[in-house]
Design a protein around this ligand. Structure first.
Ligand code: HEC
Length: 421
């Protein structure tokens, strides 16, 4: 209510947020968290065995990961703030209030992480003492893991606020029911992405006579990553409240393919087994680049699928029991129904029907683009659309209830009817 409504053409702001966030999370999990661990372990192996080929590979991987994390990774991190702020300003406002000290800490940890990766990579050749250099590397691994450990608390809260509803404390919000399973799952994904990215890059960054040996070393990471992914994923589903778990099938396969949801669970199990098989094969010989890329893509799909489930299963809410996905708070419903929603809007559109649409529907629907409501409403009159809007949340439980006066609902119905002509 306090902010202008920004409409991103065709895709809508939810896809703007999703595209930037998925790019960020792949770079962050793969190149920063998993990548740093893989690099430091390779460097350590070279140091312990007195084999300079491992260190040479570690250094080259570190160069790629360094560039990726400090450019695309860092910029897309800022991009998440940009997209969520313009797309969901009310939600970001609430998250700032609830997690004030977590954000405070996150920034400091992030600065430390970037400082450490700079020291780790840029001083690689100047460090005389390998042990000290490795210690810097471990500190970088710890800092990048810590950023994930903090953000995971905040992301988990948006699906399962748990005890926070009772005491409104930061710790209850942070240590919410899905925190630990999600952290385990993300750790596995980070490790798998880091190792598969390293395997792909090794194709170009290591000499031909070192390919098989490098592959043997990197293949082992899959035996740690896949169990973490499988256990974390199952534990995650297990701790979800029933209402949320009920939406997981829709999130996984969309409402159209619900009858086939069991198949999608089976496909996930097969992907996990295939990744284990991939790791096993990689330990025996250098696999072709297509196989290495396939492992990376499979992990990106697992990650993307998880993020989609996490986002979708909390609908119609942004923060369950507190704020709806369109940024309106549950507690304000009576107020909006009484005074009208436009009476509380600071930047209303001049056209009342469009204004209501922007405030209540535009976070999930566009006009003329993705999920355009005028398509299913084609040819319907305002008189028919009006009662339908009133029952939206009953017909489709993932949509928030309409808030506002009967006059505003009618204005919205007329606006949609004119769009659907
Ligand atoms: C939380 C996101 C969200 C919000 C907010 C939302 N919707 Fe929807 N709406 C959806 C989704 C998802 C669908 C289903 C799309 C599909 O099945 O392809 C949908 C479907 C619809 C449909 C088609 C229903 C049918 O049975 O064919 C209409 C009409 C509609 N929404 C209108 C609205 C209006 C009007 C508002 C604002 C008052 C609104 N929605 C707010 C997510 C939302």
């Amino acid at each position: 209510m306090d902010f202008p409504v920004f409409e991103f053409p065709y895709l809508g702001t939810r896809y703007l947020i999703a595209l930037i966030a998925v790019l960020h999370v792949v770079i962050n999990h793969g190149a920063a968290i998993g990548g740093s661990l893989v690099t430091v372990l390779l460097e350590r192996k070279g140091f312990r065995d007195g084999d300079p080929r491992y260190e040479a590979l570690a250094y080259r991987l570190a160069a790629v990961f360094f560039v990726l994390t400090t450019t695309v990774g860092a910029l897309s991190g800022v991009g998440i703030w940009f997209s969520t702020m313009v797309g969901q300003p009310a939600a970001i406002g609430s998250m700032l209030r609830i997690f004030f000290w977590a954000w405070f800490l996150e920034w400091i940890v992030f600065v430390v992480e970037v400082a450490l990766v700079m020291v780790y990579f840029l001083t690689w050749r100047t460090f005389q003492d390998k042990r000290t250099h490795l210690r810097v590397g471990w500190a970088y691994v710890a800092a990048s893991g810590a950023t994930m450990a903090i953000i995971t608390g905040i992301l988990g809260f948006m699906l399962t606020p748990g005890a926070w509803h009772g005491d409104h404390s930061l710790w209850s919000a942070f240590l919410n029911p899905t925190y630990l399973p999600q952290l385990v799952l993300r750790s596995g994904l980070a490790l798998g992405l880091g190792a598969s990215l390293a395997l792909v890059l090794t194709r170009w960054l290591a000499p031909a006579d070192f390919q098989a040996e490098a592959s043997r070393y990197l293949g082992r990471f899959f035996f740690a990553a896949v169990p973490l992914i499988a256990l974390g994923g199952m534990a995650y589903l297990f701790v979800l409240p029933d209402a949320v778990r009920g939406l997981v099938p829709t999130a996984l396969v969309t409402s159209r393919f619900i009858p086939y949801v069991q198949a999608s669970y089976a496909i996930n199990a097969v992907i996990c087994l295939a990744l284990l098989g991939f790791g096993w094969q990689a330990r025996r010989r250098a696999l072709p680049i297509v196989g290495r890329l396939a492992a990376f893509v499979a992990l990106v799909c697992l990650l993307g699928q998880f993020e989609r489930v996490r986002e979708f299963a909390r609908k119609p809410y942004m923060i369950p029991g507190y704020m709806y996905a369109n940024g309106l708070r549950e507690a304000d419903r009576a107020k909006y129904d009484r005074d009208g929603i436009l009476a509380h809007a600071r930047y209303p559109d001049a056209h009342p029907g469009r204004a209501v649409f922007k405030l209540e529907c535009a976070s999930c629907h566009t006009l003329g683009g993705m999920n355009d409501p005028s398509v299913p409403l084609k040819g319907q009159s305002a008189a028919a659309i009006d009662p339908f809007i009133a029952s939206l949340h009953e017909v489709h439980p993932f949509m928030p209830p309409f808030m506002g006066t009967a006059k505003e609902r009618r204005a919205l119905a007329e606006f949609l009817a004119s769009e659907a002509r």
